[in-house]
Design a protein around this ligand. Structure first.
Ligand code: HEC
Length: 240
């Protein structure tokens, strides 16, 4: 602890601060007055016509070097004690239930994936093509490394020895409510780490929407394919 400040008690430090500041402001005033006088003399010697316009500028340049440092003013440092309040703390504790700006999470469906105590069965916002595209991109970045791009559990990390995740296309996961997926992404599941810090809430839902699309893709019938695309499929691969 080489910090010289530790040798002063709170009281001496504060008094010291006050006197230093007083000295500084007196010096500053004296200096300003003398600078203005000096300028007036210089200009009266040269008797320049434009002197009135230049004078303030000149004075400003000379006084620019004088300042009162804010770090010298009397102040409380974080966690410093104060005899002013009964609990001896200089900082006031936050009021109960204070919410930091941007952290008001009133929408439980969106932020927890729960409907009451159960996993939500629905998405908290409409799923558009744009959301699905975002979900596809995020899924390929964050999940496919283990779960594979098809969600069949054939990701490279699993192939190299990490615990093999279940395929999304098994019945249990096809029937699992979307809230279950939200829970797995947010809190992790068994060997799978949670992704709460990497993936913002809305992106988690976008990923889940894309997983639903993947699940559908693996159990689609010809009726799910748009008419103009069907020929390609029935042609039996000859289109290549
Ligand atoms: C590091 C590899 C890894 C990554 C990355 C990963 N998972 Fe998993 N996931 C696993 C493993 C392993 C399991 C099986 C865990 C177990 O049973 O212990 C699993 C299980 C799951 C399950 C099934 C839970 C159940 O009920 O059986 C879901 C759903 C899931 N992951 C979704 C995701 C999503 C969505 C992402 C991307 C945001 C993701 N995972 C990223 C490895 C991963």
């Amino acid at each position: 602890m080489k910090n010289s400040r530790t040798f002063f008690t709170t009281e001496t430090r504060r008094t010291r601060g006050f006197t230093e500041n007083l000295d500084a402001s007196v010096h500053l005033r004296v200096l300003r007055v003398s600078v203005v006088k000096l300028c007036a003399q210089i200009f009266s010697i040269f008797n320049l016509r434009s002197s009135r316009r230049i004078l303030p500028l000149f004075a400003l340049t000379l006084t620019a070097g004088c300042r009162q440092d804010m770090h010298d003013q009397p102040k409380y440092e974080p966690l410093e004690e104060s005899p002013f309040f009964e609990d001896g703390r200089s900082a006031r504790p936050l009021l109960p239930e204070t919410v930091p700006r941007g952290y008001l999470r009133e929408d439980a469906h969106l932020y927890t994936g729960k409907a009451g105590n159960a996993d939500a069965e629905t998405f908290p916002f409409p799923i558009t093509g744009e959301v699905l595209e975002r979900g596809q991109e995020r899924f390929n970045i964050f999940c496919s490394v283990c779960h594979g791009r098809l969600g069949d559990g054939e990701g490279m990390i699993a192939r190299r020895g990490f615990r093999r995740p279940p395929s999304y296309h098994i019945d249990r996961l096809r029937q699992a409510p979307v809230g279950h997926f939200f829970d797995v992404i947010t809190n992790g599941f068994g060997a799978m780490p949670d992704h709460a810090t990497q993936i913002p809430v809305r992106d988690r839902w976008a990923i889940i929407a894309y997983i639903r699309a993947l699940q559908r893709s693996q159990h689609a019938t010809l009726d799910d394919v748009p008419l103009q695309e069907r020929d390609k499929l029935t042609a039996g691969g000859q289109q290549r």
